[in-house]
Design a protein around this ligand. Sequence first.
Ligand SMILES: *[C@@H]1O[C@H](CO)[C@@H](O)[C@H](O)[C@H]1NC(C)=O
Ligand SMILES: *[C@@H]1O[C@H](CO)[C@@H](O)[C@H](O)[C@H]1NC(C)=O
Ligand SMILES: *[C@@H]1O[C@H](CO)[C@@H](O)[C@H](O)[C@H]1NC(C)=O
Length: 266
Amino acid sequence: MATGHVFFVVIVCSSAIYVSNAARCGLGGPEVQSPFHLIDEQPCDDVLGHPGYTMKCSRENSTTVISFPSYGDLTVMSIDYETKRIDLVDPKGCVHEVFLNLDLSNTPFQHFYLLKNYTYLKCSSSSSLPVDHVLRSYDEIPCMSRADHKVYTVDVSIGVPSNCRAIKTVAIPFGYSPYISDNTFGLALTWDSPPCDGCNNSISDRHRHHQVLGWSIVLLCVCLAMAGLAAAKMYSSYVKKRGDNNRKENEQLLKHSEGMLQSLEA
Ligand SMILES: *[C@@H]1O[C@H](CO)[C@@H](O)[C@H](O)[C@H]1NC(C)=O
Ligand SMILES: *[C@@H]1O[C@H](CO)[C@@H](O)[C@H](O)[C@H]1NC(C)=O
Ligand SMILES: *[C@@H]1O[C@H](CO)[C@@H](O)[C@H](O)[C@H]1NC(C)=O
C-alpha cells in the first residue's frame, strides 16, 4: 500500500514539474524559456517587435529551429541561460557559409567568441592553373568550393591573387581550417535581454501563473507524501499491536481450556 502511494505521488509531482517548466521540442531538445518562446507551443499572441527571440519545432525531426532573415533556419543544439550562450548547427553543414551570410545587426544576437576580420576569396581553379603561392598556406572550404572555383578565408592583409575575387571581409570567430572542420563547432551566439520578457506582459503574467500553480502542486505533493508515509507507519504499528493482543487472548484461551481439561480429568 505504501509503495503504491509513493508511486502515485511521484507521478503527480513529475507532471507538476513538467507543467511549471518551459517548453521543448521533442524529448532531448533544449528547454525554451524566456526571453525565447516556441511559436505554436507557447502561445505568445504579440511578440512586440522582438521576432528575434522566436523559435519553432521542425515537424520532420522535432529539432528546435531559429530563423535568421539573412541566412535561414539554424538548428538550436543548446541554450545556456546562465552564460547567455546559444549553440547552433547549420542544417546544411557549412559553418563558413553561415559566417559569410549571417547578419546579426537588427537581431538581439552577437557572436559568443572573439572575432577577427577575414576576407572570403573566390578563386577560379583548373588543373592547368597553378595555385597562387599566397594560397598555398590556406585550405579551401570544401562545402563552398566547386569544380571550377575554390573559396578561402584569408587574412585581410594579403594581396588578392589575380585569379581570385574578394567576396567580402567579415568579422568571424575563426578562418577555415581542416583541423576544426567540425560543423557543430563555432556557431555560438550570445543575446541581449529584451526590454520586457520577449512576450508582452499579459503573457509573462500567464507564464508566472503557470509556474506558481506548478510549484503549489509540488508542495501539495510533498505534504501528501509525508502524510501518506505517516499513515502507513501508524497502520503497520496498529496491525502489530493487534497481533500481540490476539496472541495474548489465544494464550489465555489455551490456559483456560487446559484448566477445564484438567478439571474434567480429575
Ligand atoms: C531536420 O529536418 C530538416 C528539414 O527537413 C533538415 O534540414 C535537417 O537536416 C534535419 N536535422 C536532423 C538533425 O536530422
Ligand atoms: C573589421 O573591419 C572593420 C572595417 O575595417 C572594422 O570596423 C572592425 O572593427 C573590424 N573588426 C574586428 C573584429 O577587427
Ligand atoms: C499584449 O497582448 C494582448 C493580446 O494580444 C494585447 O491585447 C495587449 O494590448 C498587449 N499588451 C501590450 C502592453 O502591448
